[in-house]
Ligand binder design. Structure first.
Ligand code: NOJ
Length: 496
């Protein structure tokens, strides 16, 4: 599909930015958030933990691919990363400094179940997360667990990974164990992070290695399994744990902001297809119980014309639809960028591809020397996107599970401060003027980390990490100090 490798992760590096520290732009005092509003930060296990083979941990696909292929541009890996596995207490201190209400982190499947399966539980891994959770609670910070964030045990990958329908059972057993172990203390759960990214971008990358994985087929099998995983976990939680644990469960879906490349009707229609292919594919089944009609109609028709015996889009049974519908307490949204969408010729290709199914290409709104202008576009797009979600789904609760900004490494990150000012102002407007029920905001990310295929070339953290030092010292950036003030006063007053 249209995600080019260069778009895989994060934003374009900024090499030149203003050095002036004019954070305090003139504006009013009105930007106060509701008392109940939660500010937090997010990380994911592989990106910060390191300790890839310590204390009985099993091998994950990211351990394997980073060490055995040229998947990552700068040849780096997460073997040590920020060493947060060993330095988690220090990380809790940083979170305390920030004063955040919640910390969203993911559990590394292979630390708990080294072989991916329930027969072998690694007690040291269990203790690690238990200690982290206790430390957070003692610090007054709510732990939010992402059960799966982009990674999977290598042993299960050998069995076909996300393409094997058995993954639903393995995942459900793992999630059940986590509820059992930590559900007395963890009250907010995110089942999976960005299934779309895994099914599109990660699989797309892996296709370079396993070039036999067919586009226009693999993505939908992967998506189908993810949706069944989500629904299975929801079901387990409702039937076994909800009553005693009283927690809440959601999913984190990526949703960028989309604009047509031109004012043409074709490009505007292509935006609708982009939204279906990127977001509605996952959100519609969870909210309404089935795939969007447009998706079903297109892929069924294309498959028929291409000579397939059945649609390339797997279908849910009536029972599965019933179980999927309404399987959430909140929908988490990960939003980063604005994409310009251009229509492609809407004709059926002989050979199926995901891109042909949706007939568009997208291009990212580029950050250039005028970063303020780009950030303003991001922020306007963010507002439009929230309105679109609100109108399309009428959700009882939206939670911003990730939003972040990528630049080159510097502790004087004036551009990230400007980004936060602009975006948070928009967030306030969405809550107060558009009356959208957004209950929390989560910055990606606490620390400069391993940013997947771009390795350590991108900096996205509120804290800098010196990766050349074995101690991995952390240093607060200007953005950390800015966010700390926002969180402390739950308001942008005097800060924008
Ligand atoms: C979304 C992913 O959830 C996260 O892991 C990644 O690092 C950020 N986007 C930044 O690209």
């Amino acid at each position: 599909m249209a995600w080019k490798p260069s778009l895989f992760v994060g934003l374009i590096l900024i090499t030149k930015i203003d050095t002036g520290k004019t954070y305090f732009l003139k504006d009013s005092n009105k930007y106060t958030f509701p008392d109940s509003f939660k500010f937090g930060v997010a990380t994911s296990a592989y990106q910060i933990e390191g300790a890839w083979n310590e204390d009985g941990k099993g091998l994950s696909i990211w351990d394997y691919y980073t060490q055995n292929t040229s998947l990552v541009g700068d040849g780096s890996n997460g073997n040590v990363a920020c060493d947060s596995y060993n330095k988690y207490k220090e990380d809790i201190e940083l979170l305390k400094q920030l004063g955040v209400n919640h910390y969203r982190f993911s559990v590394e499947w292979t630390r708990i179940l080294p072989d991916g399966m329930i027969n072998n539980i690694n007690q040291i891994g269990v203790e690690h997360y238990s200690n982290l959770i206790d430390g957070l609670i003692a610090a007054g910070i709510e732990p939010i667990i992402t059960i799966n964030h982009w990674n999977i045990p290598r042993s299960l990958d050998h069995l076909g990974g996300w393409y094997n329908p058995k993954i639903v059972d393995y995942f459900a057993q793992y999630a059940d164990l986590l509820f059992n172990l930590f559900g007395n203390r963890v009250k907010t759960w995110i089942t999976v992070n960005e299934p779309h990214s895994v099914c599109m971008r990660l699989v797309g990358r892996l296709r370079n290695i396993y070039n036999t994985i067919p586009s226009g087929v693999a993505e939908y099998i992967c998506g189908h399994n993810f949706l069944k995983i989500h629904s299975a976990i929801w079901n387990i939680y409702q039937t076994k744990y909800k009553k005693s644990q009283q927690g809440r469960l959601g999913i984190a879906l990526s949703l960028q902001s989309y604009l047509p490349m031109t004012d043409s009707e074709d490009d505007k229609k292509a935006v609708e297809r982009a939204l279906v292919s990127a977001f509605r594919w996952f959100c519609d089944p969870i909210v309404f119980g089935d795939h969007p009609e447009m998706m079903v109609e297109r892929i069924d028709r294309y498959s028929r014309e291409q000579g397939f015996a059945e649609s390339r889009l797997p279908k849910f049974t009536e029972e599965e639809k019933r179980q999927l519908k309404g399987s959430f307490d909140f929908i988490g949204i990960n939003n980063y960028i604005t994409l310009r969408v251009k229509a492609l010729n809407d004709t059926v290709d002989e050979k199926p591809t995901f891109q042909n199914d949706f007939a568009f290409v997208e291009e990212r709104e580029k950050i250039n020397h005028d970063y303020k202008k780009t950030i303003q576009t991001y922020s306007d797009g963010f507002g439009d996107m929230l309105r679109w979600v609100h109108e399309t789904y009428e959700l009882p609760e939206i939670f911003i599970a990730e939003q972040g900004y990528s630049n080159s490494r510097s502790i004087n990150d004036v551009d990230r401060v400007f980004y936060l000012q602009t975006i948070l102002k928009q967030l306030w407007k969405s809550i107060n003027e558009d009356k959208i029920n957004i209950t929390g905001y989560t910055v990606w990310t606490l620390l400069d980390d391993f940013e997947w295929v771009t390795g350590y070339a991108e900096a996205m953290g509120l804290y800098d990490v010196d990766f050349s030092d074995p101690e991995r010292p952390r240093t607060a950036k200007d953005s950390a100090r800015f966010y700390q003030k926002v969180v402390a006063q739950k308001s942008l007053s005097g800060l924008v």
